[in-house]
Ligand binder design. Structure first.
Ligand code: MD6
Ligand code: FE
Length: 211
């Protein structure tokens, strides 16, 4: 086995936040192919936040519900506002991976209905935020990193808590829920260090039960 793709032991980032290093590495090619297909239907776009700034991260969705934002605020919607059509269906490989990862972290009944797909090019970042547009905070979030490395900022329940810096690489999966579910988090500006297979980009999948 290549050192680069060897799974490592799970790492607790909090009482109910778990990093599963390389958990998705074996599925990566299939995941990326599915991202290509769904983003051909619902393209990546740079949304404008209620504050009036265009996000540096390109975003699309798949599944019954998709996360979106505009000047009026953040929300989930069943229709892609850009195409006027439902979001592409959740690929089976996404669902299977999310449920296997959730189970490995102790969540036996995770039924995601939304997957946010984020694309980072060098310099893109995601400022500290909480994920709080979902209905049921007892449901975990499963997050998959593909492509270029990134530094994940993992803060506390208040914005003022200084975040820990967690390196994420291709194939890493984060599962978090429970008392960690509303922790502030973000991504530092991406360095320009192309990945051997994905080149100069990072793709992040975050799967949630939104509705
Ligand atoms: C990212 N992730 O990794 C952005 N949110 O590109 C998130 O915002 C995120 O990784 C909730 C749970 C896990 C995450
Ligand atoms: Fe988030």
């Amino acid at each position: 086995m290549q050192l680069d793709t060897a799974p490592e032991l799970p790492q607790a980032l909090g009482p109910q936040a778990l990093l599963l290093p390389r958990f998705a590495a074996a599925d990566a090619d299939e995941l990326v192919a599915a991202v290509r297909r769904l983003s051909a239907v619902s393209p990546f776009r740079h949304l404008v936040t209620p504050g009036g700034f265009a996000m540096s991260v390109g975003l699309t969705n798949c599944g019954a519900l998709g996360w979106t934002t505009d000047r009026r605020g953040y929300r989930y919607a069943g229709i892609d506002p850009e195409t006027g059509q439902p979001w592409p269906a959740m690929p089976t490989v996404f669902l299977r991976l999310a449920q296997t990862a959730a189970r490995a972290a102790g969540y036996d009944r995770f039924e995601p209905d939304a997957c946010l797909v984020n694309r980072y090019l060098p310099g893109a970042r995601l400022s500290l935020h909480q994920d709080r547009n979902e209905r049921d905070f007892t449901q975990p979030i499963v997050s998959v990193s593909l492509g270029m490395r990134a530094t994940f900022l993992f803060g506390g329940l208040q914005r003022a808590v200084k975040p820990a810096k967690i390196p994420l690489q291709h194939g890493d999966v984060l599962v978090w829920g429970g008392s960690d579910r509303l922790r502030y988090h973000g991504i530092m500006p991406l360095k320009d260090e192309p990945h051997p297979t994905l080149g100069g980009q990072r793709i992040n999948l975050t799967l949630r039960k939104a509705g």
